[in-house]
Design a protein around this ligand. Structure first.
Ligand code: NAD
Length: 253
């Protein structure tokens, strides 16, 4: 049985493309009304239009508190707010020694402070709705150290930590908070890889945005009613351990 989101109102950030757009499409298909938020207006409006009356687009910058108020108001125009997906992020990599302070600041502002502001912005509306679900889109880089991911990884580890504290503080209000940790997923963010093969993942391939969206839909739905403060990897097993297995020598019996 797919998750049922009938009657729920969801706010998805970074919904103009990639994993966020896949979430918005799936949420709508599962019965939710969806506010798609992004700085990319043209792409975001196109996805919202495709979804019809059940969707709205709002131009929204996650680093800006006033922008969050407008996004929450757009959700409340649907009558309530049950789900926030803190999905928007930027991705740059650099060895720590070469990192540019301005780029590090941008990574921390968009990928960590943005979700922090988002959690604060939605809590009153979720309390009014009697509870809710917040899904923080972290990364495999929030579970492991990865070369070149000093700034991005620090933000994503921070988001994983923020998830735990938010789960503790908001649990008594019936607001669940969980983090999702995708590995390499086929979106604009990974287009530079130029391949769908992924030798470092036991499943041998990169994931599709819809495979992440299905996990997020589960976390958004009442099917995950006892799940909070959890971290869920959706990475083809890439964070499970080292790949590949060492070659056996002929002498190994
Ligand atoms: P994407 O670049 O395709 O989409 C990210 C969206 O966020 C874009 O539409 C962008 O405009 C929006 N955005 C960026 N800055 C913003 C801001 N300040 N305010 C509002 N919106 C903003 O990336 P994606 O691959 O779909 O990634 C979605 C999420 O999944 C991100 O949190 C990313 O870190 C995470 N993730 C992706 C991968 C992957 O391999 N694609 C792996 C691990 C984690």
């Amino acid at each position: 049985m797919p998750a049922d989101l009938t009657g729920k109102v969801a706010l998805v950030t970074g919904a103009a493309r990639g994993i966020g757009a896949a979430q918005a499409r799936l949420f709508a298909a599962l019965g939710a009304r969806v506010v798609l938020a992004d700085v990319l207006e043209e792409e975001g409006r196109l996805v919202a239009r495709e979804l019809g009356d059940t969707a709205r687009f709002v131009r929204h910058d996650v680093t800006d508190e006033a922008s969050w108020r407008a996004a929450v108001a757009a959700a409340e125009a649907f009558g309530r707010l049950d789900v926030l997906v803190n999905n928007a992020a930027i991705y740059t990599t650099s060895p720590i020694e070469d990192e540019d302070p301005a780029r590090l600041d941008a990574l921390l502002r968009v990928n960590l402070a943005g979700p922090f502001l988002g959690i604060r912005a939605v809590v009153p509306a979720m309390r009014a709705a009697g509870g809710g679900s917040i899904v923080n889109m972290s990364s495999q880089a929030g579970l492991q150290g990865i070369w070149g991911h000093g700034g991005y990884g620090a933000a994503k580890w921070g988001l994983r930590g923020l998830t735990k504290t938010a789960a503790i503080e908001l649990g008594p209000d019936g607001i669940r908070v969980n983090s999702v940790h995708p590995g390499a997923i086929a979106t604009g963010m990974t287009a530079h890889l130029g391949t769908t093969a992924h030798p470092a993942a036991p499943l041998g391939r990169v994931g599709e945005p819809e495979e992440v969206a299905r996990l997020v839909a589960f976390l958004a739905s009442d099917d995950s009613s006892y799940l909070t403060g959890a971290e869920l990897a959706v990475d083809g097993g890439a964070s499970a351990g080292r790949m590949p297995a060492p070659k056996r020598k002929d002498t190994d019996a």
